[in-house]
Design a protein around this ligand. Sequence first.
Ligand code: SAH
Length: 349
Amino acid sequence: MTPLEVLLAELIAAEGPLRIDRYMALCLGHPRHGYYITRDPLGEKGDFVTAPEVSQVFGELVGVWAVGAWGLMGQPGAFNLVELGPGRGTLMADVLRTVRKAAPAFAASASVHLVETSPVLRAAQRTAVGAGAQWHDRLEDVPEGPMILLANEFFDAIPIRQFERREGVWRERVIGLTDGRLSPGVGGIVPGTMGRDGDVMEFAPARDEIARHIGERIAAHPGAALLIDYGHLHTAPGDTLQAMRAHRFLPVTETPGEADLTSHVDFEKLAAAVREAGAVVHHGMTQRGFLLAMGLEQRIAQLALRADDVTRATLARQMARLADEAQMGNLFKVLCATSPGMSTPYPFG
Ligand code: SAH
């Protein structure tokens, strides 16, 4: 048993089964044994690889997007460039390198704010981005004002609740104990009759709250947000809670605190929360559609010109990983939100 599993078993024995959101929050964020608190999980040697870690081109294209959005905001001479859950800081470092070259006025106007709860990853971000950035535990702590906000694979790590229909009634999924070991189960009946037996519905009040907060900020000040994650553009039933360790899936109750625990992002609900707060949400698109429209192929071709054969092959592999339908291209979606009255940033029009 992992140290966290021992604690969770004691907690469940004392207080009863845990809701999935509490279980996720403890596995990922427990102050001593939480997955993100104790390690840097990224990279080939870690548990998973994200788009900015696949290729510098990802961050370069996001940087180009951000400069476009800044233009539509009226090129404010001071604005907050915010990233939620920046991991190793690779995306922000690639964005900053790109804009310093391509749009020095943008770079000079930006104050970088990183929202991160992991001390290990904060240290990595300081190395990648430099000490000029400011760190916060929550978006609420970032100063108000014009803002461009980026989030890649952030919302998937924010806890969800799950409900399952059994014999005509909906019950909340929980993590309980069987023979002293953690085991999935269901709790009390919750109202509702829609769906069919076996259906699982997921709700993420914690995600909705962050999305509402993003919406409130860009409704009050000029701003744009780019939210990238794996998930679906339309709400649908399904159990998407998943644990991953060393690039392989495992049961969600196995090695708690030592495996990543995420679920697919319901972009329809996320968009509704942003909209409810007064911001405008544009049509979502796939990561493939976004990156190709932003010039992925052209940028890769440009890098390939100066490269040897081995590097050229690597570049082709990286491009495929980011954009092929069967790889990250279709599973990952991109949502863009802006202030009301602002023109739609390319390529969302
Ligand atoms: N965006 C990065 C990392 C994705 S992993 C990339 O694409 O490589 C998820 C990130 O979100 C990590 O940096 C993790 O520490 C952070 N995170 C998870 N839960 C968080 C929370 N509640 N508040 C702030 N950051 C969180």
